[in-house]
Every structure is written in structure tokens, then in C-alpha cells.
Design a protein around this ligand. Structure first.
Ligand code: TYM
Length: 332
């Protein structure tokens, strides 16, 4: 059976980008057709300036939202990265295979390091080695597929390179995974700045639709989305990124195609109105289930306990064999 692994980082409130780019597919497709693991990657949240209480809160909230979005613990494994030591054990071995040049070439590292420096802060070493821990997340489970949005594809490519290199040097140990992306909305853009990704760690609230935004807040944000001075509705990602983003979101929410939807509209106002309603409808069941789950914290804890047990059992044999392959003696 195909093995699927993916993760989400508790560094901010989850967004429509996370949902359309990744989470929805995990729930609707991946958990039904594969042996799937979904991880709240809390160790990754420590790579930038963080508040411990906030990380705890956001880790719980991300877990609840993953379940609210339809992940079923009977079908897949949901767990916290820090509960399974195999991730950090394997990460060190992969650091001995990766190079510092590879790390410095990662787009997300360059962007985030620049942002930290701009804020006057220093760059944590863990931000540089982040992609190695991510590779360990994936390789520990022998994942065949990694369903992600566009921004994570470079990290999955690096994971492939590390797997191939390790296998060539030390003997076949890892499955070489591949990234899978959604057909539409692989990169949902910020509504106020449609040339940048809608990111949960960004500060620009009005441009980001959060999964827990009230319907009226969603409507307001979508109706105020930045477009351009044109009048016809056209799907042109380069030339008219704001309108293209709305069409992508509408298509992802309604199961349509952005190009054909463009032909249906003759004003930006009508496009925005329908997009806002489509987003509200997509978020409604997630928000309802989230409210119910918030009243059942013991259930959510239990999901994480069982998830960690299953994940440990699944990762340990691969990580142990990587330890032996690279030249370490088994414990006596
Ligand atoms: P993270 O937490 O930033 O995002 C989680 C998932 O959501 C997707 N995504 C988007 N998709 C479309 N449009 C957007 N605006 C948008 N924003 C986010 C991301 O592509 C991702 O699929 N490094 C990862 C977490 C991670 C991971 C892993 C993922 C750690 N280990 C192993 C897969 C496998 C991250 O920061 O995702």
C-alpha cells in the first residue's frame, strides 16, 4: 500500500492556503487510499523566535483543526513530531549526508533568514538545518508520497537527493519519496499582496483567511482583495495575479476550473461575492466540527497518544537500520 506522510507547522493560525493546498486533500483523498501519517511538526516551530505557551496552544489547535477537517484516526495516524524521537535521531544522520551549501540554497531559508535579520534578530542554526529534519520526518516512515503545496516542493526534492545519496553510500535504506501537489490552489496568494504566498506566519491579517475566521470576516477580507485596474475577468497569473488568485480559490472551493470560471464573470464584484460565499461554505463544516472537538479535549489527547505509539512503531525499524548502515554499532 502507498505510504503517505505530510506535516504542518504550528507557527500561526492555520489558513485557507494550508487547507486548500494540503489539509483538504489529506482528508478527502490520501487517508482513504493509502497508509497515511499526518504530523504536527512542533519541533519545526522552534526554528524562529517563539513563545513556548503559544507553540503549545497552536499545536493543540492544529491537531483539533486537522481532525475537524476530516482526518479520521481510524484511517490514518495523527501525531506530534516531538513525541517520536526517531525524527531527531534520523535528522543527525542526514546532517552527515547533507552539505551546508545545499541548506543555504533553500528558498525558504533565504526568505526567513532575511526576515529575521530585518527584525534585528539572529538566525537560529535550526532554521538552516530545518530541511534536514523535514527529510528525516519523511524518510523515517518510508513515505512514497508527500502531499504538499508548492512552497514545500523544493524541500521534498532535497529529501529525495538525501535519500538517494544515503542509499548509494551506505546501501539501500530509504524509499525515495515524491511530492504531490493539488491541481488547483497549490499556491494560494495573500489577498492584499497577490504576489506573495498566503502564509500563516505573516503579519498581514487582512490578506489572510484563517480557518477559524467568522463568515463575516471572511466576506470582508475577500471583498477587499486587491485586484487591478482591468475590468474583464481573465485568468492570467503573471499579469493579473489578484484576479487569478480569486479564480483559483473559487475553483478549489467549488471543484471548477479557473479558466472556465473566468468566462462566467463579467465583473470583479460578482467574482468576489461568489468567492467569498464559496469560502464560507467550505469552512463552515470545519468550524462546526472544530467547536465540537474543543469540548472533547480528552479525545484529542487520546488521538495524539495512540498516534505517537503507531508512529514510533512505524519509524523505529527504518531509523535503526540507518544507524547500522552508516557505521554505528547496535547498543549492547
Ligand atoms: P506549513 O506548515 O507551512 O504548511 C503546511 C502545508 O500547507 C501548504 N501551504 C499552502 N498551500 C497552498 N497555498 C498556500 N498559501 C499555502 N501555505 C501553506 C504547505 O505547502 C504545506 O503542504 N515544512 C513544512 C512542514 C513539514 C512537512 C514535513 C511537510 C515539516 N516536515 C514533512 C511535509 C512532509 C511547512 O512548513 O508547512
Amino acid at each position: 500500500m502507498t505510504r503517505v506522510f505530510s506535516g504542518i507547522k504550528p507557527t500561526g493560525h492555520l489558513t485557507l492556503g494550508n487547507y486548500l493546498g494540503a489539509m483538504r486533500r489529506w482528508a478527502e483523498v490520501d487517508q482513504h487510499r493509502s497508509d497515511a501519517l499526518f504530523c504536527i511538526v512542533d519541533l519545526h516551530a522552534l526554528t524562529v523566535d517563539h513563545d513556548p505557551a503559544r507553540v503549545r496552544r497552536l499545536s493543540r489547535q492544529a491537531t483539533t483543526l486537522l481532525l475537524a477537517s476530516g482526518l479520521e484516526p481510524e484511517l490514518c495516524t495523527v501525531f506530534l513530531q516531538s513525541h517520536v524521537d526517531e525524527h531527531t535521531r534520523l535528522s543527525y544522520l542526514l546532517e552527515c549526508v547533507a552539505t551546508d551549501g545545499e541548506m543555504r540554497r533553500m528558498i525558504q531559508y533565504k526568505e526567513k533568514a532575511a526576515r529575521e535579520r530585518l527584525r534585528g534578530g539572529s538566525v537560529r542554526l535550526s532554521l538552516l538545518t530545518y530541511p534536514v529534519l523535514m527529510a528525516a520526518d519523511i524518510l523515517a516512515y518510508g513515505a512514497d508520497e508527500v502531499p504538499v503545496g508548492d512552497d514545500q516542493v523544493q524541500h521534498v526534492e532535497l529529501t529525495r537527493d538525501l535519500a538517494v545519496r544515503f542509499n548509494q553510500r551506505y546501501g539501500h535504506t530509504f524509499t525515495v519519496p515524491r511530492a504531490t501537489r493539488p491541481e488547483v490552489a497549490a499556491r494560494v496568494m495573500n489577498l492584499q499582496d497577490p504576489t506573495s504566498k498566503m502564509g500563516k506566519s505573516d503579519d498581514s491579517g487582512p490578506g489572510i483567511v484563517y480557518l477559524l475566521d467568522e463568515p463575516d470576516v471572511v466576506r470582508k477580507k475577500v471583498m477587499r482583495a486587491v485586484t487591478d485596474s482591468g475590468r474583464d475577468v481573465e485568468y492570467d497569473r503573471e499579469g493579473r495575479p489578484g484576479v487569478a488568485n480569486l479564480l483559483d480559490i473559487l475553483a478549489a472551493c467549488t471543484g471548477g476550473n479557473p479558466e472556465s470560471l473566468a468566462a462566467v464573470y463579467d465583473s470583479y464584484g460578482a467574482l468576489k461575492k461568489d468567492t467569498a460565499e464559496a469560502v464560507v461554505e467550505v469552512l463552515r463544516p470545519v468550524q462546526t466540527r472544530h467547536r465540537e472537538l474543543c469540548a472533547e479535549p480528552a479525545y484529542v489527547e487520546e488521538v495524539l497518544r495512540i498516534g505517537a505509539e503507531k508512529a514510533r512503531a512505524s519509524a523505529r525499524p527504518t531509523v535503526d537500520s540507518a544507524y547500522r548502515a552508516i557505521g554505528l554499532l547496535p547498543p549492547v
